[in-house]
Design a protein around this ligand. Structure first.
Ligand code: AHR
Length: 648
């Protein structure tokens, strides 16, 4: 009964037009341009615990004891009356010159029945899933013939429940690598667990690295979290911009993303301080970024360090810059060089003989911050070297049209400009109708490499006030996002790529530096914000031809594309009013449509949102439409983003 009445309403909406309604006219006569096939992609960097404590599936926090020079943070001793130990950091006799610190565990009292243990609680808890194999790796050595068996276990926070355990022996005076698996049985999933390493005899043991992985996406050994990868794949991204963002530049030249330090076995990676206030393990390094792209069937958009760091240091163009230009050329060779090149051979040795696809290389990030005004010269040097060796590659200037003209690169013509927009919903609603309308169609291509709407214009994403707000945005922000995405889609002949930023946030207290963020997670579950679903509506419903649209009134914004292979017309509409808005839609150039069509709707009150405990309050719903004609009225729900898919 309910179903019937819903159908009747949809039918009525589909056929009656009223003169006073806002109109949305789609010119289906001839397309206004081609939609860039790379339009929707992702941007990523280490921020808000995006990788360590996020996508990178490593579960042990401070696995190489390098997070603090003073104390073994995130490690503790588990002791009782019958078992005790002490722990301390020690640089002496370290595993190699990359893992320069190790953990000294002095077991003072222990027995087979009462072992002493050290424990790590991971990144806000170690997750436990039923019937799952975890892989542990330890680098260890012992002093004075200490030969105690070692037991590694995943246990509850109070240590009473053992979810999975494994014992090994063979400690020796020299460093040895131990690799074991631990399997859980039928257990209730929980994030309230920790990893314990226990010893049955008094003595001293040194740990150089402790690593623990759950199953990963595509079973890559140094791989990525499955649930988060699924969320990314569901966005159908065509490219991934990495490694930043600020993370590329680093606070200082020394702490830039120094790609050569991020490849090879994890025990060869020292890690480095990330500009967002914590240390990066570099576990997710250059090859992992590239394989991440491969796993999403997306293309890398590689940003290379270009001689400017966040605290203001810059490298002068000329001889001083040459080593950095060479570093970028080597990096590109690692990505696309064949196995006979130096860095292509290194990639093959690291496990990936086939070169990756690469079209775009971005030179630096947000170089308008460089007060020395050296970017024009730095860009020219990188551009010439890259084009000289790889004429097929396109270069991106990190200074776009949203920056004053006198900052733009003029000595060379960049193939593409990167624009960044962190604006409030109201600002996006105001700027979107005219966005890119006046851009020079013969000038550089446009990449909107970072953008996101926030709800309150007075609370900037980087301000302390943002920390008081939820980590992910509400429906209000999603409306601003959608208006801007519609604008980019209307100009998708010139706007070749666009990506929301930041992509990730660990929602635990103290984990984040920025809001809003597209996807939130803790150590065991993840969720999409309303903005995530808005992005998904846009990225998954897209034709390859732009259809020009005209709108009357300011209450709605939108875009339209057509799939030339199927003839399907995809209309996207954004209602920023808190009341229902009936829109008279006119698909000009068509005399008929198939009766059946589909509407996908994301709607809610401005303050409605999703969260780690309520992950699906705001999700799209799909409705069938019937009796469609080229002219029809559609009632946009209050505060909604609607995709109407029309078939011919
Ligand atoms: O997305 C967060 C930061 O915003 C990026 O690291 C930086 O490029 C921009 O300022």
């Amino acid at each position: 009964m309910k179903k019937l009445s819903t159908l009747a309403i949809t039918l009525a909406m589909a056929i009656s037009c009223h003169a006073e309604n806002p109109t949305f006219t789609v010119d289906a006569g001839s397309p206004a341009g081609k939609v860039s096939p790379l339009l929707y992609g992702l941007m990523t960097e280490e921020i808000n615990h995006s990788y360590d404590g996020g996508l990178y599936a490593e579960l042990i926090r401070n696995r190489a004891f390098l997070d603090s020079a003073n104390t073994p943070v995130h490690w503790s001793v588990v002791s009782n009356n019958d078992a005790s130990a002490t722990i301390a950091l020690g640089p002496a006799n370290s595993f190699n010159d990359k893992l320069t610190m190790s953990l000294r565990v002095a077991v003072t009292k222990a027995s087979k029945t009462q072992p002493a243990a050290v424990a790590n609680a991971g990144y806000w808890g170690i997750p436990v899933y039923p019937s799952t194999v975890f892989r542990a790796k330890l680098l260890a050595r012992a002093e004075n013939n200490f030969t105690s068996p070692v037991t590694v276990s995943i246990v509850s926070e109070d240590g009473r429940k053992v979810y999975a355990t494994q014992k090994f022996s063979g400690l020796a005076k020299d460093w040895k690598k131990f690799e074991v698996t631990l399997k859980t049985r039928k257990v209730e999933p929980t994030a309230k667990a920790r990893f314990a390493i226990s010893f049955e005899q008094p003595g001293t043991v040194w740990l150089g690295m402790v690593s623990l992985f759950p199953p990963t996406w595509n079973n890559r050994p140094n791989g990525l979290r499955k649930d988060i990868m699924q969320m990314l794949v569901d966005l159908n991204p065509k490219f991934l911009r990495f490694p930043g963002g600020n993370y590329l530049e680093g606070d200082t030249i020394e702490t830039r993303f120094d790609w050569k330090k991020t490849i090879g076995p994890i025990e060869e990676r020292h890690g480095h301080p990330c500009p967002w206030g914590y240390r990066s393990t570099d576990g997710l390094g250059l090859l992992e970024f590239l394989e991440w792209c491969e796993d999403m069937k997306a293309e890398p958009v590689l940003a290379v360090y270009a001689g400017y760091s966040l605290k203001g240091a810059h490298v002068n163009p000329g001889p001083d810059l040459e080593p950095f230009v060479q570093e970028a050329l080597d990096e590109i060779e690692y990505v696309i060089g064949d196995k006979n090149t130096t860095w292509g051979a290194r990639r093959a040795k690291d496990g990936h003989p086939a070169p990756f696809k690469l079209t775009y290389v971005e030179i630096g990030n947000e170089d308008w911050f460089d007060k020395s005004k050296s970017y024009d010269g730095r860009f020219a040097e990188f551009h010439d070297a890259i084009k000289g060796k790889y004429p097929q590659l396109k270069t991106i200037s990190s200074i776009g049209n949203e920056q004053p003209k006198n900052m733009h690169v003029t000595s060379r013509q960049p193939d593409m400009l990167d624009e960044h927009y962190y604006r409030s919903t109201d600002e996006f609603l105001r700027m979107s109708p005219d966005y890119a309308r006046k851009y020079d169609r013969n000038g550089p291509e446009i990449f909107v490499g970072e953008w996101a709407a926030h709800e309150d214009g007075n609370i900037k994403p980087w301000s302390p006030g943002a920390k008081q707000q939820p980590p992910t945005p509400s429906m209000k922000a999603a409306i601003g996002d959608a208006a801007f995405m519609a604008a980019m889609e209307r100009n998708a002949d010139l706007i070749k790529m666009q990506c929301y930023a930041p992509l990730f946030v660990n929602v635990n207290p103290g984990a984040r530096q920025w809001r809003p963020n597209l996807i939130g997670y803790d150590s065991i579950s993840s969720y999409g914000s309303p903005s995530y679903y808005a992005f998904q509506l846009f990225s998954r419903n897209l034709g390859n031809e732009i259809l020009a649209v005209t709108t009357s009134g300011s209450s709605i914004q939108g875009s339209a594309t057509r799939d030339s292979r199927t003839g399907e017309i995809i209309v996207k509409l954004v209602n920023s009013q808190t009341n229902e808005v009936p829109v008279d839609i006119d698909i000009k150039g068509l005399t008929s449509l198939r009766s059946k069509a589909t509407a996908i709707i994301l709607a809610g009150k401005p303050e409605d949102t999703n969260s780690i405990n309520h992950p699906r309050d705001i999700v799209p719903i799909t409705r069938d439409l019937r009796s469609m004609k080229p002219k029809f009225t559609y009632k946009l729900p209050p505060y909604s983003i609607v995709v109407v898919k029309l078939k011919i």
